[in-house]
Design a protein around this ligand. Structure first.
Ligand code: NAG
Ligand code: NAG
Ligand code: NAG
Ligand code: NAG
Ligand code: NAG
Ligand code: NAG
Ligand code: NAG
Ligand code: NAG
Length: 407
């Protein structure tokens, strides 16, 4: 038998050996991934829709398993998406063996217990969503080791303790969502080293202390949810540096003092929630700069003075909520310029005079609350033309309704 002259026999052996090594390396690493996923499966005690029961079968490659994505080069598991499958179980430590995993989304299930420290092996991790499960214990300090992490979602779990200062290590972090847990203590200043943050949500926890002035360092921030906590003191004026902000939610806290006037710099702002605090002073004229506002919610504070006429600039405003303050004067007729309004709540204040008939321009209005004021005169009959109106409350005023027609 003629041997090919261009390859000496020993080279055949070498080629074959190399091929064999590649094969076994590929085989063993995919086996590691498979056993890691099978370990995860064995820790799932309830799979009501049978997503994994038959699909995650050793007779097919893990790369075809539901929720699993593999890299096109190495055929290693790069993403795992088990979100919204109603699974009950715990996270097995073997999950830390998926060494190519960069994307892990298990939100909206009923995973319980604490997170295994072996997850720290997942150094490529960019996206972690553990939201809406039943995890408990402290937020692990070792989250600080995911140096490539861009998204960290732990919202709606039972995490306790403080926000770990090691999160300052996450220099690429763009989204941090810790809302709806039982986190306490202050916001650590180190958190404001995460300069790439665009979305920061800590709502509905037990956080306390002042809102740190370093909040002004997060110059890329678009959404800030700090509502339903125990923050006190003044709103720091550095917030005026965050000109990309679209949503500020500081409602249901104990904030006091006057609005920082720099809030007028935040011309991209769409939603401003400050209700249920102890804010004093008047509604500042700079509010007229915020022409993109959809929601202006100042209710349940201690604001005084009149509604400033500059409010007529807010033509995109859908919700105006000023109830339960100490506001005085008349309801300005320019309210009729707010042609996008769907809800207006001015109840529980000291407004006097008549209800302006310009309210009849607000054809998209669905709810009006002017109750508990000192309004007088006739209810403008044009209110009867507001065909979208679902709720109107005018009681505890001195209004008459001779020509009023119920819509
Ligand atoms: C598992 O689910 C995936 C995605 O739905 C599907 O493509 C695959 O054929 C399923 N495999 C088995 C063995 O059922
Ligand atoms: C993750 O899975 C859910 C539910 O199957 C699906 O709706 C969602 O689009 C998936 N996300 C990604 C990024 O593939
Ligand atoms: C996977 O991880 C577990 C626990 O972290 C470890 O004991 C085991 O040796 C690993 N298995 C493989 C196949 O790498
Ligand atoms: C911070 O990240 C570096 C690598 O970027 C890592 O060596 C270090 O252990 C991390 N620190 C913490 C507290 O996780
Ligand atoms: C915030 O910015 C100020 C001024 O640039 C700087 O001195 C401070 O160190 C920064 N703080 C953090 C926590 O990054
Ligand atoms: C806040 O969290 C508590 C449980 O800690 C829950 O009962 C309540 O409904 C949550 N409130 C909101 C508005 O999400
Ligand atoms: C606000 O402070 C008062 C008095 O210190 C306290 O009783 C109340 O619970 C606090 N409310 C919030 C939301 O922190
Ligand atoms: C941030 O805001 C404060 C107070 O308004 C101001 O003194 C400071 O110069 C601002 N910092 C930057 C970096 O714009």
């Amino acid at each position: 038998m003629a041997k090919p002259s261009f390859l000496p026999p020993f080279m055949f052996g070498l080629l074959f050996a190399t091929f064999g090594v590649i094969l076994s390396a590929k085989y063993s690493s995919i086996t590691v991934d498979q056993s890691a996923l099978l370990a995860l499966k064995s820790h799932i005690t309830h799979d009501p829709h049978n997503f994994l029961t038959t699909n995650w079968s050793t007779s097919t490659s893990v790369c075809s398993w539901i929720g699993v994505t593999c890299g096109s080069k190495h055929y290693r598991v790069t993403a795992l998406n088990l979100s919204s499958m109603d699974l009950i179980g715990t996270i097995s430590s073997q999950l830390g063996n998926l060494s190519f995993l960069a994307w892990l989304d298990i939100h909206q299930n009923s995973f319980q217990g604490s997170l295994p420290v072996e997850l720290t092996n997942l150094r490529r991790m960019k996206y972690l969503d553990f939201g809406n499960n039943s995890f408990n214990g402290k937020i692990p300090l070792w989250f600080g080791c995911f140096s490539k992490l861009q998204t960290l979602s732990l919202y709606l779990n039972n995490f306790i303790g403080v926000i770990p200062s090691t999160l300052s290590n996450l220099s690429k972090l763009e989204m941090l969502s810790l809302g709806g847990n039982q986190i306490s203590g202050r916001i650590p200043n180190s958190l404001f080293k995460c300069k790439e943050l665009k979305f920061l949500s800590l709502f509905n926890n037990s956080l306390e202390g002042n809102i740190p002035t370093e909040i002004g360092n997060l110059t890329l921030l678009k959404t800030l949810h700090l509502g339903i906590n125990h923050f006190k003191g003044k709103i720091p004026s550095t917030i005026g540096n965050l000109t990309t902000l679209k949503v500020i939610d500081l409602a249901y806290n104990n904030l006091s003092g006057e609005f920082p006037l720099v809030i007028g710099n935040l011309t991209s702002l769409r939603e401003l929630y400050l209700s249920y605090n102890k804010l004093t002073g008047e509604i500042p004229l700079v509010i007229g700069n915020l022409t993109s506002l959809r929601v202006l919610s100042f209710g349940n504070n201690k604001l005084t003075g009149e509604i400033p006429l500059v409010i007529e600039n807010l033509t995109s405003l859908k919700i105006l909520y000023l109830s339960n303050n100490k506001l005085t004067g008349e309801i300005p007729s320019i309210i009729g310029n707010l042609i996008s309004l769907t809800e207006i709540d001015l109840g529980l204040n000291y407004f006097t005079g008549e209800i302006p008939s310009t309210i009849g321009n607000l054809t998209t209005l669905e709810a009006i609350n002017f109750s508990y004021n000192n309004l007088s005169g006739e209810i403008p009959p044009v209110i009867g033309n507001l065909t979208s109106l679902l709720m109107i409350s005018l009681f505890d005023n001195n209004l008459t309704a001779k020509k009023f027609v119920t819509p």
